[in-house]
Design a protein around this ligand. Structure first.
Ligand SMILES: Nc1nc2c(c(=O)[nH]1)N[C@H]1C(S)=C(S)[C@@H](COP(=O)(O)OP(=O)(O)OC[C@H]3O[C@@H](n4cnc5c(=O)[nH]c(N)nc54)[C@H](O)[C@@H]3O)O[C@H]1N2
Ligand SMILES: Nc1nc2c(c(=O)[nH]1)N[C@H]1C(S)=C(S)[C@@H](COP(=O)(O)OP(=O)(O)OC[C@H]3O[C@@H](n4cnc5c(=O)[nH]c(N)nc54)[C@H](O)[C@@H]3O)O[C@H]1N2
Ligand code: SF4
Ligand SMILES: [Mo]
Length: 704
């Protein structure tokens, strides 16, 4: 008889709750948890079985034999691999101190375990991918509200108007969010979408604005101007909860809607209509901050402007607006016990300078790319060992050549991954984690209007000699004399230890796969939000004290983005609904659906270059080149070319992904340290490329 195993999808970082049907040790069916997602799952989630069955993944621990990146590996036992890593870490600790070790992980609900591991070694150097993802948005929120990007959730389902700037919500997706958007549209809600090209979300929108690349800040300023002039903002809310409104009003003066429309290349009537709609729909209007607002030199300020728009709407802590995520504490329940909170905080300063050199950045995960500087220069002190857990910096950060040069100063590079990542292929040791259906993970808290505890259970046994991360970190910690900080031997012991303060037990998860901590959504009293904004003034700060102390403006005058030189295009990127970054490209099913990326180019620009649909084109940065098929379309701004991120992979053991399509991050030459000084995000869209017809044989797959 088939049995139900409650779990969480691991095909992307959203981690949707799922139900897995298992019979005779085999997976029969996967669906979204019916209690939370009504059974819905995306294409990637459904392709998890294909990953389980795929043999093109590391099947046992591997230690590098040849030069880094040469692809020669010795398969070894776990004992040998862990001894090898422990010995190297001990050598590094003896020679350079514990602080010379760093660890990066993808973040998310299970970051406690790897964070505890690096802290238990005595190093403060925990980091993640986010300087290539949401850091600008996070810091923009923080300097305004005192809480970061995750400090709010968005009640999309009940909103009247959802506004998205480059947030391709129906393609770069989270299942629950897609459901909310569709429900909102069904109820007659409006969707405004801003992009440099048409997209899945754009075609569902009620108002699509195609802007000149990099002008979102101008559009947001024009919106702020229009809304303030129309007095379509929540005066009472602003009076009660904000500081610096007068400065905002005088700052915004030059940026009227006519100026904004011209700067963005849109019709002024569109913008005026938008302001009229917002006036009607307020306060149930959500300006979704997304993660990236794409990646331009002023994306921090553009993100901040979007958050300012939310404040003007007065949409905080209302139905159909943005709400504070509620915690177990709000339900009168103690939170899960965490490993990291039991470990003495390492006293050393971080090697990325965050918290002491860069005081305006959030210390949490710091900024990964700044560790490369420490590796390359030895300043403020050398980094000699790196562990990447569920993170592929070569797929994540620009300019892989520059990354390799920095890494060559390291004495130990470890990848803990379910796949051969690009970074893993260059590392010294690959410790293969069991794919998510073959392992358990610690219990996680999902905050929200109805917070819950949720867990991932093992559905089937690992096909290969792989291990779950809770075991990998525990065994490694034991070998390094830090086992006391990981007080468990089995996952059940770990779960029980986490749950102890909460009063719940593992059996409570049997019925639905999660434990809901409240029956009804919790809302705070909107008239008494004092203490909720964690800024120095405890108010929402249009003019931020933190930025002021860092010598940075809060309301930055607009500068028009650079136009591409003749014959060049701005290289922009995005995602496909059927892939998650680079790690699904080799999945047999998903590869079938979307085998390679292409280069979107505007019809008129293509005609001038003699490029037709399907032609192979060379995309050329300074010294690097990619070759890919052209997609000739009217639906992209002529200044930009666009490609789907994650392709152009170079691991020969991934036969389907190997050299299929083109890698955008390899073309982002020279951008590894091109950081927004206020937001910490990397300016990934500040790259101009030449495009020309390629003379290459389309049938041959070749290296960049
Ligand atoms: N040029 C360019 N650069 C970008 C982007 C872009 O669009 N263009 N996007 C940026 C964004 S938004 C982000 S978030 C980052 C993403 O960058 P990453 O976080 O590096 O990307 P992912 O592909 O999500 O995952 C990284 C690794 O996790 C591994 N992995 C997946 N599942 C598991 C698991 O269960 N266990 C373990 N141990 N490993 C697992 C994958 O095999 C992969 O090697 O890249 C950023 N960089
Ligand atoms: N299927 C799938 N879903 C995912 C992921 C995935 O890998 N696959 N990854 C997840 C992650 S880590 C993240 S961060 C999110 C990212 O989710 P989104 O923020 O929605 O990111 P992208 O798909 O990268 O879309 C970026 C869009 O910005 C547009 N753009 C480029 N320049 C400009 C500009 O100047 N102005 C405007 N307005 N738009 C511009 C691009 O054309 C593109 O459509 O998606 C998450 N969801
Ligand atoms: S969005 Fe899709 S791939 Fe990501 S966790 Fe949910 S079902 Fe899995
Ligand atoms: Mo991301």
């Amino acid at each position: 008889m088939a049995k139900t195993v409650w779990s969480m999808c691991g095909m992307c970082s959203v981690r949707c709750p799922i139900r897995v049907e298992v019979e005779d040790g085999k997976i029969k069916w996967i669906e979204g948890n019916p209690h939370l997602l009504g059974g819905a799952l995306c294409a990637k989630g459904s392709a998890a079985i294909a990953l389980h069955k795929d043999s093109e993944r590391p099947q046992q621990p591997l230690i590098r034999r040849g030069g880094r990146g040469a692809g020669k590996w010795d398969p070894v036992s776990w004992e040998t691999a862990l001894d090898y890593v422990a010995e190297k870490i001990n050598n590094i600790r003896e020679k350079y101190g514990a602080r010379a070790m760093m660890l990066s992980c993808r973040g998310g609900p299970w970051a406690d375990l790897p964070k505890a591991f690096i802290h238990a070694l005595g190093s403060p150097n925990f980091t993640n991918h986010d300087s290539a993802c949401g850091r600008n948005v996070h810091h923009a929120c923080k300097t305004l509200y005192g809480v970061g990007r995750k400090g709010f959730i968005y009640d999309i389902k009940n909103t009247k108007h959802l506004v998205l700037f480059g947030r391709n919500i129906l393609a770069s997706l989270r299942v629950a969010e897609v459901q909310q958007v569709m429900d909102m549209l069904d109820k007659g809600g409006r969707l405004t979408y801003v992009d440099v090209r048409q997209s899945l979300t754009g075609i569902k929108s009620t108002n699509f604005m195609q802007v000149r690349p990099g002008t979102d800040y101008a559009l947001a300023l024009g919106m702020i101007h229009g809304i303030i002039k129309a007095e379509a903002y929540d005066k009472e809310f602003i009076e009660k909860y904000t500081t610096g409104f007068d400065e905002l009003v005088s700052f915004i003066e030059p940026y009227d809607v006519n100026w904004a429309a011209k700067e963005c290349g849109i019709k002024v009537g569109r913008l005026k209509r938008f302001i009229k709609e917002v006036t009607e729909d307020r306060p149930k209007v959500v300006f979704h901050p997304g993660w990236m607002l794409s990646r331009y030199r002023d994306s921090f300020y553009a993100s901040r402007a979007l958050s300012i728009l939310n404040v003007l709407m007065g949409n905080i802590e209302i139905e159909g607006g943005q709400q504070f995520p509620k915690t177990p504490g709000d339900c009168g329940i103690k939170g899960l016990r965490t490993l990291d909170s039991q470990i003495p905080k390492p006293e050393e300063k971080r090697a990325d300078g965050v918290g002491w050199k860069y005081k305006h950045f959030d210390k949490g995960p710091g900024l990964f790319h700044l560790f490369y500087e420490a590796m390359a220069t030895g300043e403020p002190y050398p980094i000699k060992g790196i562990i990447c857990y569920r993170h592929d910096p070569f797929n994540c950060f620009p300019d892989v050549t520059a990354q390799k040069e920095a890494l060559d100063n390291c004495e130990l590079i470890v990848s803990i991954d379910t796949h051969y990542s690009e970074f893993g292929w260059y590392s010294d040791v690959i410790l293969p984690e069991s794919m998510f259906l073959e392992r358990e993970t610690p219990i996680a808290t999902q905050k929200g209007p109805k917070p819950r505890f949720i867990l991932r259970q093992r559905a089937v046994e690992p096909r290969f000699d792989t291990k779950p991360s809770w075991e990998i970190f525990k065994r490694l910690a034991d070998k390094l004399g830090a086992g006391e900080y990981f007080p468990y031997n089995t996952i059940e012991e770990y779960w029980n230890w986490q749950l102890e303060p909460t009063g719940y037990s593992i059996e409570d998860f049997n019925e639905k796969g999660f434990v809901s901590l409240t029956d009804k959504p919790i809302m705070y009293d909107r008239d008494n939000l004092d203490g909720k904004f964690k800024t120095p003034s405890s108010k929402i700060e249009f003019v931020s004290q933190v930025l002021k102390e860092a010598g940075l403006p809060s309301l930055k005058p607009y500068e028009s983005p650079q136009k591409p030189a003749k014959g060049k295009f701005r290289l922009v990127f995005g995602r496909s609904p059927v892939h998650a970054h680079g790690h699904t490209i080799n999945n047999p099913l998903l590869h079938e659906l979307f085998p390679e990326n292409s280069l979107w180019i505007n019809t008129r620009s293509a005609a001038k270059l003699g490029i037709k649909e399907g032609d192979l084109v060379d995309v050329i940065a300074e010294t690097r080149k990619g070759t890919v098929k052209a997609h000739v379309t009217d639906f992209i701004h002529p200044e930009a070319v666009y490609t789907v991120h994650g392709f152009g992979r170079q691991v020969p053991l991934q036969s389907r992904a190997y050299h299929a399509g083109m890698s955008d991050q390899k073309l982002q030459e020279g951008l590894l340290q091109d950081m927004d000084p206020a937001g910490g995000g990397l300016c990934l869209c500040e790259k101009f490329v030449i495009v020309r017809r390629s003379s290459r044989n389309p049938k041959r797959r070749v290296e960049l």
